[in-house]
Design a protein around this ligand. Sequence first.
Ligand code: DAH
Length: 340
Amino acid sequence: MQEIISKLSQEISEVTISTKGQLEDFKLKYLVRKGLIAQLFDQMKTLPKAEKPLAGKNLNQLKSLAETKYNDIAKSLENGASDRKAEVDLTLPGRHAFLGAEHPVQKILSEMKDIFIAMGFNQAEGPEIERDDYNFTLLNFPPDHPARDMQDTFFIRKDSQSEDVVLRTHTSPVQIRVMMEQKPPIRVICPGKVYRNEAISPRSYCVFHQLEGLYINKNVTFADLKATIYSFAKQMFGSNVQLQFRPSFFPFTEPSAEVDITCYLCGGKGCRVCKHTGWLEILGCGMVHPNVLRNCNIDPEVYTGFAFGMGIERTALLRYKVGDIRLFYENDLRMLEQFI
Ligand code: DAH
């Protein structure tokens, strides 16, 4: 009997129990009414009288050893610790965490914004659903002026009773909003989405981004405009870049110009991207038309200013050598993951 008791006592001390299932087995083996310890108590009756006291003492010790172990482990499993530990396989490989990234169009836009903000421009925003007069009339497009045909417009509301509402076709209406609200000096950039009802192709899409710039103050000249655009272009496209200002027409600027940079894929030698001209157009600009200033209650005899507007996707296409503008709008992870 002594031998059995000390064997069991060793067994109980050494057994490891880490789940509720194992604990239940332990109880069934040692502690229930038909368990090993109960059986030993039964057998004790058959022992010679002289051996009974010692056997009884040892058996009681064995029983309390088993009970204490049972209670302690039950308590710690209740707290959950070892149970969970047993269920987690620490050798499993970790789950792959997907990293988010800025969209390539937003990356280019942030670079542009940083350059202008460092020059002292503030940021202004306007709505994408815009009043017709802000998008056209106040920008010096008369109601039936053919210049309106330059942009294929999405109309939100068009009837003779009320004012037309459009999806803005450019960010220039934000100029109007800013000039209506602020007194010169004004120095703002207005980034945002614009919409055009154009045939969709690798080079044009129905929605894209523009960044508009506006500077109004006393004595602002075309030289200030040129200096600003030069400084921007060198920071954005590299210090070796060359620029050309080509006379152009916009109803809201006079004089107006379009600006080209030397193609930064071929360095001006001529390639497929610049259509073998060596030049890439990057923006439109000019001196704000006196009518536009007047429309916003700014006296053109006192103040002058310049404005410019550029497309963002065009730069993103070139910078990242993406062949199709639609890829920026399809949210295909195989494309976007390349910008992480
Ligand atoms: N709004 C013109 C466009 O969408 C771009 C532009 C040209 C903006 C000249 C200007 C500007 O502010 O002065 O094509």
